[in-house]
Design a protein around this ligand. Structure first.
Ligand code: N2P
Length: 605
């Protein structure tokens, strides 16, 4: 027996290590002085201090707490009532009811998320605090029922009956006898609901609108613009707070009250309550602009300029595919004031009456735009959109590792196995394969789309990762040597590292014009116009181009750009390169072909 014990202990230690290693790394690196997660460079509390000063993080934490506290109160009350009812009466079809109550626990989160979104859209509810709270109550109430019922299992009903015999009304008997006895179970349920709510991502990301960004959503959007150790610090705090709450919940469930339970709850509340003391809450009556834009498309400095000038606040949410943008806008009522769809998406949204016609008198700087980018087929007369950036899709690569690259074929070269990155974007990835084989980016015949799908499936073992937000950082860190991506982000890193280069493959590629537009239901159309016009001012357009690296369509901004940028072919490609580009178009019915093909690629092994 003894000899087996050692092996058993080793195995269990291994299992625990496997479970906790990622968390330990996260916690450790939240104290790392260096910015990179790659190496330990010394101890610091800096990231905690920064997180405590970051207004976006603090606002998100406040939102999370508001949602969690409200959802907890509602779900616990409803859950307790249901548990008591189940305990007291046997209903007809009790087993079926039992299953129905516990089902939401096992329903896949993503299913719940999309059904809630559909429901809210059908009810025409504006996405925001209300929808997030309703959703959280929806997914957590079952847990509350289960936990309270477990406590009730050991409850002696004769006590209630005795109270009734002594003349107590049912309500009085409940509050004076039942509730005190099951209180530990109710509290445990509340703590569980709270911790479920505070870290939910999937469902919240579907049903949140602007201004109701919770902490997990904020963290994820920060990860998209490059992992900062600040996030590790916030995650560590969140981890500590939820663990304390869960620990307290399990003590309560075992009927242990007293300091041992009160102290962890108090500590958790102190951690979570800090953001209300730090930093300001949103000032009432403040003007707000809700911006939904591509990642890496605008810098906080530029936004701060607009905020100062208008005495307004800008909320920014980021996306990295047109599909994500369309999903949000089509679901309706997300509350955005300005969005940045690509050419063909302007057309799609306009056809669905999801865009608001622009008031050109409120966009006096429109003539700053180069006429080449005005009055295009996707929006004749620029009735709905104003060009913001344009650019090309191509390959960024380390020429010292790959040698010269001029064909899409390089992304299928087995010599680069594991060193290739593709955009996590169906139209773009399939587009690379289509172009390589001489088809149009907008091919609508099933055979070509099918062929592109097959090529991507064959390519998959060579691909290190699919990424549309930080592909340039992944190339810069040399996790990959070749990356499909958009020119601006590559142009930026080429300025840092001369071994990197960018090419629009000789077989041709995509050209995009991303424009600012106002969704039909935008709550602040006036400020939205002001923002669009702001981006058209020559010096602002130049600043946006300088800081982000994408190509400005603003003619008046050109002389304000440094010579090195104006002459950079990665940013402003020469005529022969442009001649081999093509814009992605709405392919109508064939969209389904592309969606299916892309799903096949992403799910194949
Ligand atoms: C910015 C992506 C460029 C958008 N991250 C391509 N339409």
């Amino acid at each position: 027996m003894r000899s087996g014990g050692g092996a058993l202990a080793a195995v269990s230690a291994g299992v625990y290590l496997f479970l906790y290693a990622p968390i330990l790394v996260l916690v450790a690196f939240s104290f790392n002085a260096g910015r990179l997660t790659a190496a330990w460079t010394g101890f610091t509390l800096d990231w905690y201090a920064r997180a405590a000063q970051d207004p976006q993080i603090l606002a998100a934490l406040r939102n999370s707490l508001k949602v969690a506290v409200t959802a907890t109160a509602i779900a616990t009350a409803v859950g307790t009532a249901a548990a008591v009812a189940f305990h007291r009466w046997r209903f007809r079809r009790q087993p079926a009811l039992d299953t129905l109550v516990t089902l939401p626990i096992v329903v896949p989160e993503i299913v719940m998320a999309s059904s809630l979104l559909l429901l809210f859209a059908a009810l025409r509810l504006r996405l925001g605090f209300l929808t997030v709270i309703l959703a959280h109550v929806g997914f957590s109430v079952s847990y509350a029922v289960v936990v309270v019922r477990a406590r009730l299992a050991g409850f002696d009903r004769s006590l209630e009956e005795a109270a009734a015999d002594l003349g107590a009304t049912p309500l009085r008997a409940f509050f004076r006898v039942t509730l005190p006895l099951i209180a530990p179970g109710v509290l445990a349920a509340a703590l569980l609901v709270f911790s479920l709510s505070i870290d939910d991502y999937v469902i919240t990301s579907f049903v949140a609108g602007v201004g109701s960004t919770t902490l997990p959503i904020q963290i994820y959007s920060m990860v998209k613009s490059g992992v900062s150790p600040e996030i590790n610090a916030v995650s560590t705090l969140l981890l500590v707070a939820t663990s304390l709450l869960l620990w307290a919940a399990s003590r309560l469930e075992r009927g242990r009250r007293g300091w041992g339970t009160a102290v962890p709850v108090g500590a958790a509340l102190a951690v979570l309550g800090a953001p209300f003391l730090l930093g300001r809450g949103p000032a009432g009556g403040e003007r707000v602009l809700n911006l939904y834009i591509w990642s890496a498309y605008i810098s906080p400095e530029t936004l701060a300029k607009f905020e100062r000038r208008q005495g307004a606040r800008v909320n920014v949410d980021l996306y990295d595919s047109n599909e994500a943008l369309m999903a949000k806008v089509q679901a309706g009522n997300a509350g955005y004031d300005v969005i940045c769809p690509s050419n063909y998406v302007v057309q799609i949204l306009q056809k669905q009456s999801l865009l608001r016609a622009l008031d050109h008198s409120a966009v006096p700087h429109l003539p700053n735009v180069d006429p080449r980018f005005l009055d295009r087929d996707f929006d004749p007369g620029n009735r709905y959109s104003v060009p913001y950036f344009w650019g090309t899709t191509g390959i960024g690569y380390d020429k010292t590792k790959t040698g010269p690259v001029d064909s899409w074929g390089a992304l299928w070269d087995p010599r680069f196995r594991g060193r290739i990155l593709m955009l996590d974007d169906g139209r773009e990835a399939l587009g690379a394969a289509l172009k390589w084989k001489g088809f149009s980016l907008n091919a609508t015949d099933p055979a070509s789309v099918r062929a592109a799908e097959q090529l991507l499936i064959v390519q998959k073992p060579l691909v290190r990762t699919y990424n549309s937000s930080s592909f340039e950082d992944i190339l810069l860190s040399r996790d990959v040597w070749l990356a499909q991506g958009w020119n601006g982000q590559f142009a930026k890193i080429m300025g840092i590292d001369p071994r990197l280069d960018y090419v629009v493959p000789r077989e041709g590629s995509g050209l995009f014009i991303d424009s600012l537009a106002i969704p039909a239901g935008a709550p602040h159309p006036e400020l939205a116009h002001a923002f669009i016009d702001f981006t058209l001012e020559a010096d602002i357009a130049a600043e946006i181009c300088r800081t982000m690296g994408y190509s400005t369509p603003n003619r008046a901004a050109m002389p304000l750009l440094p010579e090195s940028m104006r002459r950079n072919p990665a940013i402003f490609p020469p005529g022969d390169v442009l001649a081999r580009t093509e814009t992605i178009q709405d392919v109508g019915e064939a969209t389904l072909l592309y969606d299916r093909a892309w799903t096949e690629v992403k799910t194949s092994r």
